[in-house]
Design a binder for this molecule. Structure first.
Ligand SMILES: [Zn+2]
Length: 319
């Protein structure tokens, strides 16, 4: 990354100060992939004199646990991304949520408010189709994603338990600027069709929760892994319905792959957690050096790097 992607940032953001976020899900301990993501978020924020907000994406309550959330704060503090000891901070602030941290699990009322508004505008409908039923009706072979066929659009089902809620979308191409990947164009109607904003099990979907949160928090610079690039237009579609006129710019960063080099490193593959690596005596600089090596931005995996050095290398890669 050179300075080029950021040259027009101010104009692209309509002169608003850049505001980004780091938004992990507490479904497990952090691993090297999260450090890579955090490095991108903080180094870009630093490069553009922006601010980073923290958000806990615990919309999927079946998989999220408080113990993992505590571990996330502890790891971020240990690595040097946040400068307050989370334990000290929690004890100094007796309110249920720290003011600087947004938790999706505490935003049920807000999500309902948005849902009611969309429902009253006839933009949402209930759907009782299982994934299996949609799969069987679809021509799966010709698409990378399962496309919902609009089966329940006109059935006027009541929004009862065990029914999902879908957004009624029009077919239209959506353009957006990605500072890493360049200008992009996606049409959600062709990618996935009317998408879910609430699952059949009653949980809000990632696309819905994250869009409402980004909009409410005034986030205008979204830095996240390139595995989410495909979902960007559907979030922008929803953002427009929230009547948020403020522009947003994206940066979808490369991911650290697993040992096969094929797949994104994830908790499912039992990527070694930061907690274990810390337990084994690794220092923050060792881990940051290792992550930068995996991103191709450090000459050796054994060369430790400070957070400042890593941020510098991410923004101005050596020739
Ligand atoms: Zn349906």
């Amino acid at each position: 990354m050179t300075q080029t992607p950021w040259q027009n940032l101010s104009a692209l953001l309509a002169n608003r100060p850049p505001l980004t976020r780091f938004a992990p899900s507490p479904t497990g301990h952090l691993h090297l992939g999260h450090i890579a993501s955090a490095l991108y978020v903080w180094s870009i924020a630093k490069a553009v004199q922006g601010e980073v907000l923290l958000r806990i994406e615990d919309h999927d309550r079946g998989r999220c646990h408080k113990i993992f959330e505590e571990g996330i704060f502890d790891d971020l503090y240990w690595l040097g991304f946040i400068h307050e000891d989370p334990k000290v901070r929690e004890s100094a602030d007796s309110s249920p949520s720290h003011p600087h941290i947004m938790r999706q699990s505490e935003r049920e009322d807000r999500y309902r408010e948005v849902l009611n508004d969309l429902w009253n505008r006839s933009l949402v409908y209930a759907c009782d189709c299982s994934r299996k039923a949609i799969f069987e009706r679809s021509d799966w072979k010709n698409s990378t994603e399962l496309i919902y066929d609009g089966h329940c659009r006109h059935r006027q089902l009541k929004p009862e338990p065990n029914r999902g809620l879908r957004l009624k979308i029009d077919s239209k191409p959506i353009r957006f600027f990605d500072a890493k990947q360049g200008w992009q164009e996606q049409n959600p109607a062709e990618q996935c069709g009317d998408f879910l904003i609430r699952e059949r099990n009653g949980y809000w979907t990632y696309n819905f929760a994250v869009t409402v949160d980004d909009s409410d928090q005034g986030i205008n610079l979204i830095v996240r892994g390139e595995d989410l690039l495909h979902a960007t237009a559907r979030q922008l579609y929803l953002r427009e319905l929230l009547k948020n006129p403020n522009p947003v710019v994206f940066f979808h960063h490369p991911l650290i792959k697993d040992s096969t080099g094929e797949k994104k490193l994830s908790k499912i593959d039992q990527a070694e957690s930061l907690k274990t690596m810390r337990w084994n005596g690794k220092s923050p600089q060792t881990l940051i050096g290792e992550v930068m090596f995996l991103l191709g931005l450090n000459a050796s995996a054994d060369r430790p790097l400070t957070l400042d050095e890593a941020c510098h290398n991410l923004i101005i890669p050596s020739p």
